[in-house]
Design a protein around this ligand. Structure first.
Ligand SMILES: O=C(O)CCC(=O)C(=O)O
Length: 387
């Protein structure tokens, strides 16, 4: 354990030094502020910055052992405060330690994160660090394949296959599959891309581990609202691997536009070196950068989480900004909605004081509603609102 702590402290020092350099996140944030103009749609937004240093790379153990159990005090990066107010009471209770999730305090923290932000970091999640690192290297190789091979990755549902760089997102491309819980779907994806036996093995192991994790976190989110026995095992998961080809010209522009995820819960392995993800604070409309926290994952709540919780949980608006000319990768697992029947809040979450907010609907219909109306930030929910 000692050597891991040493790696952490040494690299963390470097990270602190880097933060002071021109071009660091803080500097770029300032620059973005200065550059904003009446023609910039985001010019009214106020940026906040990270209060303290981010932990650095934690070397993976060679034996697929569980992630190191670092105490929360070693993860100060998860606490933010507003650059203008500097009030620590605005900090986000943001890190969820899955090893402690059966404790009341941690479960309450999960509920608060879901209600206030719709977003939280996950530590001690039990996905081996080596598997995460190997998966990153597999997706790097798959996204390097020639275009004609990547184009074989066709859609099963809208948006589930290959996405080439486009006019809207010129620096972004992605490969994907529907659905991760199906070994046949994973097999088909690997075959489309001529994956090697090793790449298949990693995809299968990662797919199973991350699917199980999404199910577990879904259950804990439900428990945090007092719903026991909610079962997410059969909820389909869309899977997407993202690459951001950030060139020097891309600096200052968006890698992915502002959006909410349409499903219930997204588990994101964001790039451990290259930041850029920002979430919107629904209270103020300002953006918070989410700096990398190596070895952790991120939980993002989508539109279905808002409906299922009868308005208690927040669907987080987020986007990816290019801050540096560097390739960024991320791996997203979207747990969508129940395969059977309607999307609706369980009866336990509906009563006289909190009447049902949304009419029950089929998830696929909701997805089409979003696409056909070009409503990418959850506005389509308003079309289904009944209270
Ligand atoms: O790359 C990221 O960090 C975010 C990706 C994302 O928002 C998405 O895939 O929906």
């Amino acid at each position: 354990m000692e050597w891991r702590r040493n790696v952490w402290f040494q690299t963390n020092q470097k990270s602190l030094e880097r933060r002071k350099e021109p071009g660091s996140l803080k500097e770029v944030t300032k620059e973005t502020k200065q550059k904003s103009s009446p023609t910039n749609p985001f010019s009214f937004l106020e940026f906040s910055t990270v209060a303290s240093q981010q932990p650095a790379f934690i070397a993976p153990s060679p034996d697929h052992s569980p992630p190191p159990q670092l105490p929360e005090s070693l993860f100060p990066a998860a606490f933010f405060f507003s650059e203008t107010s500097h009030k620590m009471e605005e900090s986000i209770p943001f890190i969820i330690d899955l090893e402690k999730i059966s404790e009341e305090k941690e479960c309450k923290k999960l509920r608060e994160a879901c209600e206030r932000w719709g977003c939280f970091r996950i530590i001690n999640h039990s996905i081996p660090l080596t598997l995460m690192a190997e998966m990153k290297s597999v997706i790097g190789a798959l996204l390097e394949l020639p275009m004609e091979i990547k184009k074989r990755n066709t859609e099963v549902i809208a948006g589930s296959g290959y996405m080439a760089p486009s006019k809207v997102n010129p620096f972004y491309e992605a490969l994907g599959l529907y659905d991760l819980g199906s070994s046949q779907a994973v097999h088909n994806f690997c075959s489309q891309l001529d994956a090697s036996p090793h790449q298949r093995q990693i995809m299968e192991a990662y797919g199973k581990a991350i699917h199980d994790l999404a199910v577990k976190i879904g259950q804990k989110m439900a428990e945090s609202l007092g719903i026991l026995g909610a079962d997410f095992v059969d909820w389909p998961c869309q899977f997407r691997i993202n690459k951001y080809n950030f060139t020097p010209e891309a600096v200052g522009s968006l890698g992915v536009q502002l959006h909410t995820d349409s499903g219930f819960l997204t588990i994101l392995q964001d790039d451990e070196n290259v930041g850029g993800l920002e979430v919107m604070d629904n209270n103020s409309g300002s953006f918070l950068p989410i700096p990398p926290l190596p070895g952790s994952l991120l939980g993002n709540l989508g539109d279905i989480a808002r409906v299922w919780s009868n308005g208690r949980f927040c669907n987080v608006k987020h986007r990816v900004q290019c801050h540096e000319a560097s390739t960024r990768f991320s791996i997203a697992t979207f747990m969508l909605a129940s395969r059977k029947g309607n999307v609706e809040a369980p009866a336990e979450l509906v009563d006289h004081d909190q009447p049902r907010l949304y009419q029950p609907f089929i998830y696929e219909d909701y997805r089409k509603l979003r696409v056909s109306n070009e409503m990418h930030t959850g506005e389509a929910l308003e079309l289904l609102r009944i209270a």
